[in-house]
Design a protein around this ligand. Structure first.
Ligand code: ZN
Length: 197
């Protein structure tokens, strides 16, 4: 046992502690990252930011996310072009940003729909009430009311091909009242939740 041996032992011990510290820091920080990420996806979208406001305050339950999915009902897409937010009929819907109304009307599987153009973005509010409160050409400001959540069943569309299992005509392809929100950038559907982080 000489000084040289003890010195080497200290060096080795130091290296081991150093490696443990590095590994722990790495694991810890990657845990934090995963936590932050899930937090954004699950909760942060409920908050508005400077450019966009949440279209349906008080309702944050996403019943169907953007992207591939199992089609929930006959005629509904298996590659979901937007998000669904469950809410009762009549719930007030707000313009997520400022823009111009370019369409109001029945639009196939989307049911009664309000379409707004804002720069390169086209924003679709689907399965809304047929009692439209905006008209084509209207300029709408961010946060202004744009529509109401529509009923599940409608009677105002002739030869409506969308029906429930009992044959009752529905407001597009849907299983319950909700807002379907689509955002297209230059004509291509993008994930609406990306706008509310
Ligand atoms: Zn939908």
């Amino acid at each position: 046992m000489n000084h040289k041996y003890i010195y080497s032992l200290y060096i080795i011990l130091f290296i081991i502690i150093f490696l443990i510290c590095i590994t722990t820091t790495y694991l810890y920080s990657s845990d934090i990252f995963i936590f932050d990420n899930s937090n954004i996806k699950e909760h942060s979208f409920i908050f508005s930011n400077e450019e966009f406001c949440w279209p349906i305050p008080g309702f944050h339950k996403i019943t169907s996310y953007f992207g591939p999915r199992v089609s929930p009902t006959n005629g509904a897409s298996s590659n979901h072009s937007g998000i669904d937010v469950a809410a009762p009929q009549g719930t007030v819907l707000y313009a997520i940003t400022s823009g111009k109304i370019i369409f109001t009307g029945f639009s196939g599987a989307n049911g009664h729909t309000v379409k707004m153009q804002s720069g390169s973005l086209t924003i679709l509010y689907c399965h809304v009430s047929p009692q439209y409160i905006v008209s084509v050409g209207d300029s709408i400001s961010k946060g202004e009311q744009i529509a109401n959540v529509g009923p599940k069943y409608i009677i105002d569309v002739l030869n409506n091909p969308y029906k429930d299992s009992t044959g009752k005509a529905t407001n597009g392809a849907l299983t319950g009242t909700h807002l379907h929100l689509t955002i297209k950038k230059d004509g291509i559907a993008v994930n609406p939740l990306d706008f509310f982080q």
